[in-house]
Structure formats: C-alpha cells, structure tokens
Design a protein around this ligand. Structure first.
Ligand code: GDP
Ligand code: MN
Length: 382
C-alpha cells in the first residue's frame, strides 16, 4: 500500500525525522489556513502518487495568502500523469544548499535490507543509477543485527555528503531505518533529503510503501486505505480486501491467482472481448470471498457477463464449486455467468455445478471455450 507524501511525512514525524511544518488541504480555503499556520513562504504540493510533480506544475512556492489561493486553485483538480489531484500539502518553504537521496528497501535475493544513499538527490534515483552508478552508496543490513551507528556513519562517509550534513544524516538514517522496520514498510524513500544553509538536514519529500501482509498489527493503517482510489469499484473492492483493478470492458473477470487473472483478461481480449476488470481472489476461493467478488462485479453497471476462472490446487474442485454455489445463494447476479473449473478434482467440482446449470450459469471445460462463451453472452445482451 503506497502512501501519499503527506501521510509519509506524518509517519516520519512520529519517528522523529525532521519534516517541515505543514498540513494537508482539499480546498483553497483550507490551503490558506494551512499556509497561515505554517508561516510564509510556503510550498503548495500536489498529493498524487507519482514522481516529477514539480515539472508537471504540481509544486509551487507562495509568499502570500493570495499566491496560495492562486496556486491551490490551479493545482487542486489538476491531472498529473493520469492522477487527479484531490489534496495539496502546504508546508513552510525550505532553503536548500544540497539535495540528497536516501532509502531503505528489501533486497530479496540477499534476504537482507538494502539502504541507498546518494549525494545526487532531487532527481530520479533510476537516472542516477544509470548515468552515475558510483554516486549511490549501498549498505546491506542483516535484519537480525539491524543498522548500527558505526555502520551507518561509514555508509554516510562512503556517500560523500558534505561534512556539515554528516551528523544530521546519520541521525535521520537511523530513525528512517526504525520507521522502515517497526513501521512494516516495503520501502521508505526521502528524495530530496536536504542540507539547509543553516546546516540542518531535513526530509523534503516522503515516499512510503507499506507491507500489506503486516496490516493485522497496524489498525492505524485503516485511515490510509482506499484514499488513492477514485474508481468506486476499486474503492469497494479494497474495502472488501480484494485484489481488483477496474478496466473498461464488459466481461467481469474472477480468477484465483494473479497470473491466472491476467491470463484470463488476455484470453478475453484474444477472443474479441474486453475485460471489465482484473480480480484475483487468491488461493482459498471460499464462499465468502467468492460472494464478495461477485458483489463487486455485480455493482459494475458496464458488466454484461461474468467469467469465473478457477484452477483448483490445494483447494479441491468440489470445495470451489460449493463455494460458488453458496456465493450465488447470497448474491443475486444480474449477468450470466460462465465458469471454467480445472485442476485438482475438477470433475467432481463440475458435477456439482452441473446441477445448477441454466442458460444463465454455464460451465466450460477450457479457458478459451469459456472466454468465447462469456464474450458471446456479453454481446448478446441488450
Ligand atoms: P517530486 O518531484 O514529485 O518528487 O517532488 P519533491 O517533493 O521531491 O520536490 C521536487 C523539487 O522541488 C525538489 O527537489 C526541490 O528542488 C523543490 N522543492 C520542494 N520543496 C521545496 C522547498 O521547500 N524549497 C525549495 N527551495 N525547493 C523545494
Ligand atoms: Mn521527490
């Protein structure tokens, strides 16, 4: 789960990482109030989960309430690379001497954490990695040992930050490491991490991605859920804990496993149809999860037919079939449904489904036949 900059900064502040005084605003008036509180000059920053906001006109300096009004009015509602701006973050502007880059993430192949630090911040780290890979100092951290101060200091020295920034950087990096580990993040990134003319080191931006698997121990994350979703279907799906991406076709897709869900979307295309969504219900395929999935798809007015594509693995075919049958008892579905059930005990599963078959609920043995039927059904509907 990705956070907006303002949420990342609020999280950083809880771990003692210095960030500028500021507040989030969703209207022009709120933006002015936030600016008055932060103290002028301020920067007005578009809150969208995409980089390069500055170049797109989504970050503006304002020296007065009038300028805040002008900029907030222009930025709210702006479209930045397909992301509509619903909120701005208004913070006291900083003077910058130098811009650095800092992050922690997971090095999956090494089974360790990876810290990256560069004196060349403010630009995309991918660009630095490509054009000047030696400018990135890396540290691998054994999760059992953690990040010790001496190791952190050596890492900062290796990155060749300005000497004035050393102590401040070490302090922030140790706190950022805590935010990363204790906060159950997959990624924490500060770009730019700045050195001010007064010699202070300070986070000017925040990018945080949280590990959804740890959500059970973070009730406070509830406030983050769904905020980035503007598609009503995606919002509903995320509230139900489903892996759903809205698309613009007419065939609602339900599959178990992300790979199979993608293949299902592909094959719908292949036979001349268009998927209304990607939806992965995961391995279990329980009746409740299936009912939730059917409900989300049923609420999409563009859906004309539903294609359920399940490959039984650990979950046996008859359990999947019973799950589908129970789900259909819970939700009344407007669209005809095509089911392709394969894998472990597929025949037993199909035998169960056959008792319920009608012209609105059909079973097909292969993916391609099921996809064709679903597309035909979608096209046949008025
Ligand atoms: P991003 O481009 O979307 O990652 O947005 P950032 O928050 O990283 O800001 C982009 C750039 O805007 C930074 O690298 C700075 O150069 C500039 N910027 C942002 N905030 C301030 C500020 O308070 N003062 C000054 N002088 N520049 C800022
Ligand atoms: Mn940035």
């Amino acid at each position: 789960m990705d956070l907006f900059e303002y949420q990342g900064k609020q999280l950083f502040a809880r771990y003692g990482i210095p960030v500028s005084a500021g507040d989030v605003a969703s209207t022009v008036d709120e933006a002015v109030r936030a600016a008055d509180a932060a103290g002028y000059p301020v920067v007005v920053k578009a809150q969208v989960q995409v980089g390069g906001r500055g170049k797109a006109g989504g970050i503006k300096l304002a020296v007065s309430a009038d300028e805040v009004r002008t900029h907030a009015a222009a930025i709210l509602g702006m479209d930045i690379k397909g992301h509509v701006v619903h909120r701005v973050w208004v913070e006291h502007a900083s003077d910058i001497s130098e811009e650095y880059y800092a992050s922690f993430t997971l090095d999956r192949s090494a089974k360790k954490y990876l810290g990256m630090l560069s004196a060349q911040g403010g630009v995309e780290i991918e660009t630095v990695a490509e054009e000047n890979p030696d400018a990135i100092a890396r540290i691998t951290i054994d999760p059992v040992d953690g990040l010790r101060e001496d190791a952190c200091r050596a890492w900062v020295a290796q990155a060749k930050l300005s000497p004035a920034a050393t102590d401040g950087a070490v302090d922030i990096l140790l706190k950022l490491y805590h935010a990363y580990v204790d906060g159950d993040a997959d990624l924490v990134e500060i770009n730019p991490l700045i050195l001010t003319p007064e010699g202070k080191v300070h986070a000017l931006d925040a990018k945080v991605s949280l590990d959804e698997n740890a959500r059970f121990r973070h009730p406070e994350w509830d406030e983050f859920v769904g905020l980035e979703k503007t598609d009503a279907r995606e919002l509903e799906a995320s509230e139900k804990g489903l892996q759903y991406v809205g698309l613009d076709g007419t065939v609602g897709v339900i599959a178990n496993g992300a790979g199979l869900a993608m293949a299902t979307c592909d094959i719908v295309h292949e036979v001349g149809g268009r998927p209304a969504n990607f939806l992965d219900i995961g391995g279990g395929a329980s009746a409740q999860v299936m009912a939730n999935a059917l409900e989300v798809i049923n609420n999409d007015p563009a859906v004309r037919a539903i294609f359920i594509n399940i490959f039984g693995g650990i979950t046996k075919g008859e359990e999947v079939a019973n799950g589908i049958v129970q789900a259909l008892e819970q939700v009344s579905i407007a669209s005809p449904i095509v089911i392709r059930l394969d894998g472990t005990n597929a025949e037993e599963g199909r035998a169960i489904l056959s008792k319920y078959e009608s012209d609105r609920l059909v079973s097909r043995p292969t993916m391609v036949e099921a996809a064709r039927t679903a597309v035909e059904m979608a096209e046949a509907r008025p």
